[in-house]
Design a protein around this ligand. Structure first.
Ligand code: ZN
Length: 460
């Protein structure tokens, strides 16, 4: 890693004052940010590798707070289904995944995320087929191959259909197996040190696939070992009904009864919340991973983002698994979050900068890393996204943050994770010869044709 300076770009710092520099610089040294500021590059940074970033906007790397990487292998199924119908169709397919499938799917999913500005991703892996090999280890290996900062969680299901749960019995595990494997995963992979590239979490799947006994034991294990807790909650009206019938309370009241609210917990979705639930989430500091595209894809509803933020609930953004968000663009979620908040709450439902904050600082706070990532400030980790905005799609949008969030998805010029370049521009494709005079093939890739005297159309 060498010292690097991006100069001449619009810098969105997300620092305490939310400073932006219309023509500024960001300098890195090793895996840390060395300096951020306005104007020309200071003389003491002149020895660094300087990149002309004019025409671009630099933002903190985006933080993805909910995903199921293995689902990249099962995109485009159950197209018009509710969550429970979608799960019922997909569980038997997921029951056949193995270590190699997960390795390939996770590599593709993380590489795609990187191309959409993501520098840190969580993962929630809860399907462990018997004989499928080390599927959790496969996601860790994929994260190292791609180079993203990674917060995987060891998920689990122990409430099969024969016990009143939704998943078929073939995809659930027993509680002792789950707890032993979860503890081993933390011992094997979790790195609590500053600058860590991998921190584990503990994540039983959902109220309709997990017993209360597992939820309590998982919370105890996570707190004993100093890692965070994650699960799905209040995603659909069906789940609210399930909790009312089975537990006699709302989903958030159910979590509360299991000691599953707190600053060490972040929850995916939280679409169907009443006012009391929002107040309780705020009082306990429990975070929410808002997944607007997935919620819309499954017709689940729209998260009460504005109400959560007004109450002081920490909120981040997530793409969710690719089986319910085939697009899997984290920058796309920034746009969707704005549009959906406004669709239900009017034009003041969420600002473009507010949505970008959810994907940066908000996500960092959810996973306990706000002191290290989520903003461009000297001393923080060098996780940076550089977006090109001087093309036709954006060049005449005066506000670069509006261009980034509301405009077409811009080219990612550069992605730096922990000081290392993970995405850089592809070299321009070589120009293809155009059809020459008298050419009969009328195709742009017709060099063999146009160079030959017989002028025969090439086989494709
Ligand atoms: Zn999910």
């Amino acid at each position: 890693m060498t010292a690097l300076v991006l100069r001449g770009c619009h810098v969105v710092t997300m620092d305490a004052g939310r400073a932006e520099y219309p023509s500024g610089y960001v300098a890195t040294d090793g895996n840390r940010i060395a300096a951020v500021g306005a104007g020309p590059v200071p003389a003491d940074l002149a020895d660094a590798r300087v990149i002309d970033a004019s025409g671009c906007v630099a933002t903190p790397g985006l933080v993805n707070t909910h995903h199921h990487l293995y689902q990249w292998a099962t995109r485009g199924r159950a197209l018009d289904a509710t969550l429970f119908q979608w799960l019922t169709e997909l569980y038997p397919v997921w029951a056949r995944i193995d270590e190699q499938i997960v390795r390939d799917a996770a590599t593709a999913a993380l590489a795609w995320l990187a191309r959409t500005g993501c520098t840190t991703s969580t993962d929630h892996h809860y399907v462990f087929p018997r004989g499928g090999g080390d599927v959790l280890g496969a996601t860790v290996a994929a994260s190292r191959d791609v180079g993203l900062r990674f917060h995987p969680t060891r998920g689990s299901m122990d409430l099969g259909a024969s016990s009143g749960g939704l998943p078929p019995d073939e995809v659930v595990e027993d509680i002792d197996t789950i707890l032993a494997a979860t503890e081993q995963a933390i011992v094997s992979f979790h790195d609590p040190q500053p600058g860590s590239m991998l921190r584990m979490g503990v994540a039983p799947c959902s109220p309709f696939s997990v017993t209360g006994d597992l939820m309590r034991a998982a919370a105890g294990l996570a707190r004993d070992m100093g890692v965070q807790l994650h699960t799905h909650i209040a995603e659909t009206a069906d789940e609210v009904e399930f909790c009312a019938e089975r537990f006699g309370c709302t989903p958030v009241e159910y979590l509360d009864s299991l000691s599953w609210l707190g600053g060490d917990v972040w929850l995916a979705h939280a679409v169907h919340l009443d006012d009391a639930a929002i107040a309780r989430l705020a009082a306990t500091g429990t975070g929410i991973a808002h997944c607007p595209s997935s919620n819309a894809r499954l017709g689940a509803g729209i998260c009460r983002t504005a109400d959560l933020l007004a109450a002081g609930v920490p909120v981040g953004l997530g793409v969710d698994g690719a089986a319910s968000n085939e697009g899997s663009s984290l920058l796309g979620e920034v746009r969707e979050a704005v549009l959906m908040a406004r669709a239900v709450g009017g034009p003041e439902g969420l600002t473009v900068r507010g949505s970008l904050e959810l994907a940066t600082l908000g996500g960092a706070r959810l996973i306990g890393r706000a002191d290290e990532i989520g903003s461009l400030e000297a001393g923080k980790l060098a996780d940076i996204a550089l977006w090109r905005l001087d093309g036709m799609a954006h060049a005449d949008i005066a506000d670069p943050v509006a261009a980034l969030v509301l405009g077409a998805r811009p080219p990612l010029e550069l992605l730096i994770v922990n000081g290392e370049t993970v995405v850089e521009p592809s070299p321009p494709a070589p120009l293809q010869p155009r059809p020459g005079p008298g050419c009969r093939c009328a195709m742009t890739m017709c060099a063999p044709c146009c160079r030959s005297s017989s002028s025969v159309a090439p086989a494709l």
